[in-house]
Design a protein around this ligand. Structure first.
Ligand code: SF4
Length: 237
């Protein structure tokens, strides 16, 4: 079953790299993106790999950028937020203003992620993500290929039907490097102050923006501005 999925993944990536060039993988360096990174590098495909450095990532994520180079000989392209925009953001809401409400959180994600992604995708025909339907209720309707209003670029989600177990079986099978935070209970890894380990029984995205009510937790990169508004459990950090 997994071997079939891997074969389909390799066929799709190979086909897209020919038909939709220039094509880029937006990697958060999470487990799913490491599957895609490994497949792209193993097949030596003409697909660029880039990451968005929000300035608030955990140290282990930065270390993984270099581990990717050591393992595959590929440098990830790293895109940063506009320095002046970050200065204005911090002036307006403080260093950790995102804990104070949805508007502040959206503003931070806009400056540190969304604008950066839009810039990184300029000139690209398509972008790859590691989204899976299983990750959250808000992701159950994602398609393999879909138009992306945010970027104006075709969005490709080749792991839509992969399970959590598929991802981890792949990483083991190919001895892929991954972020050690996953071994400490982090299912999804984003910015350090906005990510925590899962508690027993929680769904995969529960560790992101945990002080907001459960719902459609997205940073804006994958559509759907968050529907959550309260900050009942304001996080410490
Ligand atoms: S995840 Fe948190 S720190 Fe990162 S950009 Fe969004 S609000 Fe800012």
């Amino acid at each position: 079953m997994l071997n079939d999925k891997i074969e389909r993944l390799e066929q799709r990536l190979t086909q897209w790299s020919g038909q939709l060039s220039p094509l880029g993988l937006a990697s958060s360096l999470g487990a799913e993106d490491m599957v895609l990174t490994d497949a792209i590098c193993r097949l030596d495909l003409n697909i660029s790999i880039f990451t968005l450095d929000t300035g608030r990532l955990p140290p282990s994520t930065y270390r993984l950028v270099d581990r990717v180079y050591e393992r595959y000989g590929r440098r990830l392209a790293v895109y940063w937020p506009d320095a002046e925009a970050v200065e204005q953001l911090v002036l307006a809401q403080g260093m950790n203003g995102f804990y104070n409400g949805l508007d502040q959180r959206r503003a931070c994600c806009q400056v540190r992620k969304v604008e950066v992604l839009q810039r990184a995708l300029k000139g690209k025909k398509a972008w790859l993500t590691g989204l899976r339907r299983e990750q959250s209720p808000g992701r159950q309707s994602i398609a393999l290929e879909e138009p992306d209003e945010l970027t104006g670029v075709i969005k490709l989600n080749p792991l839509v039907d992969w399970t959590h177990e598929d991802v981890w079986s792949y990483l083991k099978q190919f001895s892929v490097p991954y972020n050690p935070l996953h071994d400490q209970g982090y299912a999804s890894i984003g910015c350090e102050p906005c990510t925590r380990a899962l508690q027993p029984g929680e769904e995969e995205r529960a560790g992101r923006w945990w002080w907001e009510q459960a719902g459609k937790k997205e940073c804006g990169l994958h559509g759907g501005a968050p529907t959550i508004v309260s900050s009942t459990e304001k996080g410490a950090s």
